[in-house]
Unconditional design. Structure first.
Length: 155
């Protein structure tokens, strides 16, 4: 094998390994500790239990109302029936308001970018995005109602 060929192979292997490393490592750790039981490590969800977070989160992050939905969901949880990727779920997601705004923004960015592979040109969620929703507390039913309006407007 030529030296140039060996170098090219090494670059490809390195790039593949880096693609598996999360960009949002703090968000990944928080997700692994709190979300994988229901949503699985890949974010693909558990049929009959919890929806895939990777189905809608990248699309929601593209709009102001979708970003509000993401922050509301992690802050206040959600309960009631929803449809995700043509499957129905009726579950109660707990609220995670005990985490600070930066931690929740990191979790959302991990879901949107690392798991959901959203376009890198999309602006990441910020602690201020989360703080704005924290200032307007709602319950899980209101989060679900808001989601219904955002999901129907999804591109």
């Amino acid at each position: 094998m030529s030296r140039a060929w060996g170098f090219a192979v090494a670059l490809v292997v390195t790039a593949m390994a880096m693609a598996d490393e999360p960009r949002y490592t703090e968000g990944a750790a928080t997700f692994q500790a709190n979300c994988v039981v229901c949503h699985r490590a890949t974010g693909a969800g558990n049929p009959g239990l919890a929806p895939p977070v990777i189905a809608d989160a990248p699309h929601f992050a593209e709009t102001a109302e979708g970003r509000r939905q993401l922050a509301m969901t992690v802050l206040y949880g959600m309960y009631g029936e929803i449809t995700v990727a043509e499957r129905r779920y009726n579950f109660k997601m707990p609220e995670f308001s005990r985490f600070d705004d930066a931690q929740l923004a990191d979790v959302l960015n991990y879901v949107v970018f690392d798991l959901g592979h959203a376009d890198a040109a999309l602006s990441p969620m910020t602690p201020d995005d989360v703080a704005r929703e924290r200032a307007n507390a709602v319950d899980g039913a209101a989060v679900r109602a808001h989601r219904a309006t955002v999901a129907t407007a999804k591109p």
